[in-house]
Design a protein around this ligand. Structure first.
Ligand code: 26V
Length: 822
């Protein structure tokens, strides 16, 4: 299919070898003998990139020629993970590149390990955006991801003396071969100043915004290739720069530092990703980031739309724009401003376009995570947008009053402005009013949205609401990260499942096949040995690959309840102390995840895990039956090594708190069984794999709400449960803190006197369930059968299924096959 330019982007081993050597010489400036690991990595990356770019230009050419509808996915985060291996998989040249690298005496895995990942996201939300880009390209849907090119992504985590220490993520240090800077694709973004009314030529009242600062956004494009297709979409990330690289006016009057200050100030906007913690509210720089990337992205889409010769009143027929949470929701006001102020459209037409172009995805029910901006701050930074929001609100509330006359309480709740006490702009309300479609990310989450945080909007516009259960890409999360399992599955049912994950169903008939189960176990053992080696390298702890690998990896948060897992560990430890000869199933309990730098309790939980690990791992009486590991710096790269090695996946959030979870899907796809609550997507995972193949415990979301409303008393549970009491008391006694009873007191007290996330209420149910897990694991054939059935029934959780639903039900876009010829 690739006849035109086989010399430069051919797919044979000969083509790849030549290309690799040419890049080593002409791009890196190296002779084979003096090439470093980095040189080899760069040469491989450019070799792969050439093939992406060939497909990319064909994709762009077809966009323009066919005038197809394009998805614009707006997200403040894209947690892509390393590119090289993934692109090799999608190009279907993995084995050839391995051979080409061995031909120059370099091990491919060393090169893959060398890549620094772009950590431009916090966790689930950013990783979801990355999986969705992969599926959009694989399904041949024209799409552009828009976001921010943070110079520093999520911090690197180090553990010192058991505590988390944050290190800046210098991911661009060695250059980034995967991005194409586009210095000619730039837009200006205004900030601050004031507005003034005037009459235009037609006698219409208009508003003119005179800003006091202007910043320039520069596009950096990353090609996103689909799996075994020619569609190569792009991720366009904006970097902020000063409009004049040097302010000569200031310089000439001697204000050199004033001029440089302006430059430094502008560049700050894309400097660093905010970790999601409580302090984000009210940070002006965060709002500047949001507006900056939204404005650049909308201007870019408008330019592309006008370039194909269409009128802006049809903008929503050429683009579907998705708001990934409320972070980009200022887009509703910005699109109105661009259409009305800059392109002189009348308000009603502009509002029609706006309301029909946007979709809004909600990702959390936690009230403290719902974005609101102090009105003062908003007015100072975006005075024109505040006017527009007031006008949207006035018209909206007029409509509401017709439907609900005299229901002032409801009107106050629906208003875009929170007016109880200090005034705020409510970003979720803005997103709801400005969108045609609103969705949650799992069945339970969507139902809870309708009855809690977005209840009033649901009652107003039930037809706007739908559920889109999250999914993850099987290319990265199975094929790339678990080659052993992929090979085994392929040997029985071929490779069709990689694009049609439902086909994994065909594995069901092998669940009872003894030979297959042996091979399955061998793959798992291999993955566990590899993780054990990595754990030894990163922590100095040696773990036994024959023990059950019980793993919880995710951001550290009280609602995710890593400390409930710790209570279980301490309970097992107490059993061993009480009964040194106990025949206990050997377990290795592994934790990983970052705490937001200002989230004190989360950091204390990390310290607790490490302190418990220290004692348990060094207690000779434990004798290999229990090991505890905190795996530092959990990120996409390490995740690819961790999920394939898990026996047990911990998904233990308080019911009703985790919107979906996506790690739960990655574990299960790699043959781990889940212990979990009825929360987020766990509910649907259990539905799919069958109740017999899922370890369920704990209160339901309804029970949590009911018990809370009736008055919950954690202390009475503590007093009446001896095992729980013993575990908590041991932590509170200073046993794990060198005799210091104060260290973990904040944690213990919060459990005894508040227990916001109801650990104590779920403790016994969790421990009992863990005992059933151990029992099941002892019967290795039964366990393996269950693991096979888990994988076989995970088809629903492919991001391809999720994206198909978004395409059909929200975006109304269809595939467009890209031809490589001509
Ligand atoms: C933000 C904040 C900020 C304030 C303090 C507490 C807090 C807690 C969580 C968040 C995250 C909000 C958005 C988010 O990342 N949601 C995640 O989205 C994933 C993809 O849909 C989903 O799988 C996770 O369950 C959900 O937490």
């Amino acid at each position: 299919s690739n006849k035109t330019d086989c010399s430069r982007t051919g797919m044979t081993l000969i083509d790849l070898n030549r290309c690799f050597n040419e890049h080593l010489f002409y791009t890196q400036g190296r002779l084979p003998l003096s090439a470093t690991l980095n040189d080899h990595y760069m040469a491989a990356a450019y070799t792969v990139r050439d093939r992406l770019l060939h497909r990319w230009v064909c994709t762009v050419r077809d966009f323009i020629r066919e005038g197809v509808k394009v998805v614009g996915y707006l997200s403040a985060e894209f947690l892509l993970g390393p590119h090289l291996g993934n692109n090799m998989i999608n190009l279907d040249i993995f084995d050839e590149v391995r051979e080409a690298s061995e031909n120059v005496g370099r091990n491919l895995d060393a090169m893959l390990d060398h890549e620094e990942e772009p950590g431009l996201g916090n966790g689930g939300l950013g990783r979801l955006a990355a999986c969705y880009l992969d599926s959009l390209a694989t399904l041949e849907i024209p799409a552009i991801g828009y976001g921010i090119r943070y110079e520093f992504g999520i911090f690197d985590q180090e553990i010192r003396d058991g505590w988390q220490v944050e290190k800046t993520d210098k991911w661009l240090r060695l250059g980034n071969p995967w991005e194409i800077p586009r210095p000619e694709v730039t837009y200006e973004v205004k900030f601050g100043g004031h507005t003034a009314g005037y009459c235009d030529d037609g006698g219409c009242y208009r508003s003119r915004w005179t800003p006091d600062r202007v910043v320039r956004g520069i596009a950096y494009d990353t090609p996103i290739l689909g799996y075994k297709v020619n569609t190569c979409n792009m991720l366009r990330l904006w970097k902020a720069e000063a409009v004049e690289s040097f302010d000569f006016a200031s310089f000439n009057v001697g204000n050199y530092y004033g001029a440089v200050h302006e430059k430094v100030y502008s560049e700050n906007i894309s400097k660093v990703l905010y970790p999601n913690d409580e302090q984000i509210q009210g940070k002006q720089l965060r709002l500047e980031q949001q507006y900056f990337f939204v404005s650049c992205s909308l201007q870019d889409m408008i330019r592309l739309h006008l370039a194909i010769g269409k009128s802006l009143e049809y903008f929503h027929e050429e683009f579907a724009i998705q708001l990934n949470d409320t972070h980009p929701s200022v887009a509703v006001a910005e699109l109105m401003r661009l259409l009305v102020d800059e392109h002189h459209m009348d308000w009603d037409t502009a509002w029609h376009v706006t309301r029909n172009v946007f979709g809004y995805t909600n990702h959390t029910l936690l009230p403290e995570a719902l974005e609101r901006w102090p009105l003062r701050l908003f007015a100072n930074l975006l005075p024109r947008h505040l006017e527009i929001i007031f006008e949207i609100n006035r018209r909206f509330l007029d409509e509401v009053r017709v439907i609900y006359p005299d229901d002032e309480a409801r009107i106050a709740r629906l208003s875009l402005i929170d007016e109880q006490g200090e005034r705020y702009v409510r970003m979720a309300n803005l997103a709801c009013v400005g969108s045609r479609a609103i969705n949650g990310v799992a069945k339970l989450h969507t139902e809870l949205l309708k009855t809690t945080v977005l209840k009033d909007f649901y009652e107003l516009w039930p037809e706007k609401f739908s559920n889109k259960t999250n999914g993850v890409t099987p290319r990265r999360w199975m094929v790339l990260s678990n080659p052993g399992l992929t090979r085994l599955i392929r040997s029985r049912i071929g490779g069709g499942w990689i694009k049609k994950l439902d086909r994994l169903k065909r594995l069901e008939s092998y669940a009872g096949d003894d030979a297959f189960r042996r091979e399955w176990q061998a793959v798992k053992t291999g993955n566990k040995q590899a993780l054990a080696a990595l754990i030894l390298e990163r922590t100095g702890i040696s773990v036994n690959p024959d023990s059950m690998f019980d793993i919880q990896v995710k951001r550290i948060h009280e609602y995710k309840r890593q400390h409930l897992n710790v209570l279980h560990v301490v309970t097992l430890y107490n059993r061993l102390r009480r009964n040194p000869g106990l025949d206990m199933l050997p377990r290795t309990v592994i934790f990983g995840g970052k705490a937001a730098p200002s989230y004190y309790m989360a950091k204390l939980i990390i310290k607790l895990i490490n302190s418990v690990a220290d004692v348990v791992n060094h207690d000779p009486a434990v004798r290999n039956r229990l090991k505890v590991v905190f795996f530092p710096d959990f990120n996409v790269k390490s995740a690819q090594k961790i999920y394939p090695a898990a026996d047990l996946s911990e998904q233990i959030s308080t019911a009703g708190k985790e919107a979906s979870g996506t790690g739960n899907m990655k574990f299960s796809m790699n043959g781990a069984l889940t212990i979990g609550t009825l929360d987020g997507a766990n509910v649907e995972i259990r539905e799919e794999v069958g109740a017999d193949n899922f370890f369920l415990f704990g209160l339901t979301a309804e029970e949590v709400a009911r018990i809370k409303s009736e008055g919950y008393d954690p202390r009475s549970i503590y007093l009446s449960n001896p095992d729980l009491r013993e575990a908590i008391d041991l932590i509170g006694s200073g046993f794990f803190s060198r005799g210091d009873p104060d260290l973990f007191k904040p944690l213990v007290d919060s459990l005894l006197y508040q227990d916001e996330y109801m650990l104590l209420a779920d403790y016994q149910s969790y421990v009992d369930c863990q005992d059933r897990v151990s029992e099941a694991y002892r019967d290795r054939d039964r366990w393996t059968r269950m693991a096979i059935l888990n994988v076989a029934r995970m088809g629903k959780f492919s991001s391809d299924r999720a994206i198909r639903e978004y395409c059909r039900e929200i975006w109304r876009v269809s595939p467009n096959t890209v031809e490589m010829e001509d």
